[in-house]
Design a protein around this ligand. Structure first.
Ligand code: ATP
Ligand code: MG
Length: 451
């Protein structure tokens, strides 16, 4: 990309240039002065706690050849370089990302859904890695800043891009879909995350389906057949080509054997991550390869995925004790999936250590109660609940027969767990990340292994 191309990319967002632009080659577009290299363009974004405009001097000192700003900034060195003054710097960032994306002809796979986005992204990236060079969303760069960042770090050497798209409100996925223009759009499911803000499950379904509504009409939708609400809403919004996957049916139907093997169309695939929910996530990955005409036989030896901490993580301790660490986050659907995984993990007793699912708004009490009811239905052997706020207490209201204990602090919970855990136990830990149940996992691992 050359510097003088930028005004055309920015179209109506451009206000004026502080001086004419040269034809210099741009190294990269950057929003963070800590990572500025020579010949970069620095875009000054504004957030609640930061304003990139205060770092202009620094960006220039480190070698930026141009800055995109929403007002002309006068610092000592700013006369040396061109300032591109725009109405909105975030929109400028998104416009440039979209321009770059439009230059590429590789498959761009966009993923949204209430749960399982990161896991599905990692599974797809691992699978596509067998066939070519994959670029994927790093860390949590899945929003209006992260998606442009991901697109702008795509190079012409990549064969595939796998992009996670997250939302908190209506319209956000639509914007991300317009920027990334996926050639394949995947929706993992429709759950209850953000129900407080969106109002109803139907509204959540519609918000996820913005991905389809805004992607190019010749793109392919890949949808979870087993999620009825998703299928119904998508059918209203998307008339283009669709591939469905599921354990209960769909164009690509899988059969889960021993929680470890996924059988599809007579081929056995080793499942990289355990559980029914991960079987569904893997089916989405298989659907992608099918759409791209890639040979499934290359996958029968299995692929490995390395998930970020607290997701589908298992620790085998002494005395055949296994901890299932799902402390990264929690909502109703992932709680249910994790309880099911616990129950499906062969062992002597199945215990669940649970905490609050945050950000559920008015529905909170009822959804916590549903978690208790699910534990009851599955016949979990014991529930240990960290009541860091009153919401978690509601879990106990869904329970009649399971032995249930509540704890006011992490320390009380840890102390009790070290007393009750026995050889052969399987213990699930799950709550929203901010509950800090990962500390309990760490402590229990240490204490049990010292015993
Ligand atoms: P976030 O909104 O935080 O980005 P995400 O959609 O990326 O979440 P993941 O990080 O992949 O979701 O998974 C979070 C948790 O949800 C996992 O630890 C697992 O317990 C559960 N999970 C993953 N996939 C599914 C699924 N398909 N259905 C239900 N639960 C799932
Ligand atoms: Mg995620």
């Amino acid at each position: 990309m050359i510097l003088s191309e930028i005004p055309n990319i920015l179209s109506k967002n451009l206000k004026y240039l502080s001086k004419p632009l040269s034809n210099q080659l741009i190294n990269k577009i950057n929003t963070d002065t800590r990572f500025i290299d020579k010949n970069d363009i620095f875009i000054a974004l504004k957030g609640e706690k930061f304003d990139g405009h205060s770092f202009i001097e620094n960006a220039i000192a480190k070698g930026a050849i141009g800055v995109i700003v929403d007002h002309e900034v006068s610092v000592i060195s700013s006369k040396r370089i061109t300032q591109i003054i725009v109405k909105d710097t975030l929109i400028a960032y998104q416009e440039i990302a979209n321009w770059w994306r439009n230059k590429l002809t590789i498959p761009i796979i966009g993923i949204t859904g209430s749960v399982g986005k990161t896991t599905t992204k990692e599974l797809i990236a691992a699978v596509l890695g067998v066939y070519g060079k994959v670029h994927k969303t790093q860390a949590n760069y899945n929003n209006e800043i992260g998606v442009p960042k991901t697109l702008l770090s795509l190079t012409t050497n990549h064969d595939y891009a796998v992009i996670e798209m997250a939302m908190r409100a209506r319209g956000e996925i639509a914007l991300l879909s317009q920027i990334a223009r996926p050639t394949i759009g995947i929706i993992t499911n429709v759950g209850t995350a953000h129900i407080g803000r969106l109002g109803s499950r139907e509204a959540i379904a519609e918000a996820k389906c913005e991905l389809l509504a805004e992607m190019p009409k010749d793109s392919i939708a890949i949808l979870n057949h087993d999620d009825q609400r998703l299928m119904e809403t998508a059918a209203r919004i998307w008339q283009g080509k669709t591939i469905t996957y599921g354990l209960e049916g769909g164009d690509i139907t899988g059969e889960l054997l021993d929680n470890q093997i996924l059988r599809v169309e007579g081929i056995d695939f080793p499942l990289p991550l355990p559980g029914r929910h991960n079987a569904l996530n893997y089916l989405a990955a298989l659907a992608v390869t099918k759409q791209l005409n890639l040979d499934w036989n290359l996958l029968t030896q299995g692929v490995t995925v390395d998930l970020p901490k607290g997701r589908s993580q298992q620790y085998s301790l002494s005395n055949n004790i296994v901890l299932l660490d799902e402390t990264y986050n929690a909502g109703l659907e992932s709680m249910k999936a994790a309880l099911q995984l616990l129950k499906d993990t062969p062992g002597k007793r199945h215990l669940a250590v649970l905490g609050t699912m945050k950000e559920l708004g008015e529905a909170s009490a009822q959804l916590h109660q549903e978690v208790g009811a699910m534990a009851e239905k599955l016949g979990i052997d014991g529930l240990y609940i960290l009541v860091d706020d009153p919401e978690a207490q509601a879990i106990t209201q869904g329970v009649k027969t399971i032995e249930t204990e509540c704890f006011p602090t992490h320390e009380h919970l840890i102390e009790r767990l070290t007393q009750v855990i026995q050889p052969g136990d399987r213990i699930l830990f799950k709550a929203s990340n901010s509950v800090g149940l990962n500390r309990v996992v760490e402590a229990v691992r240490d204490l049990i292994d010292k015993k």
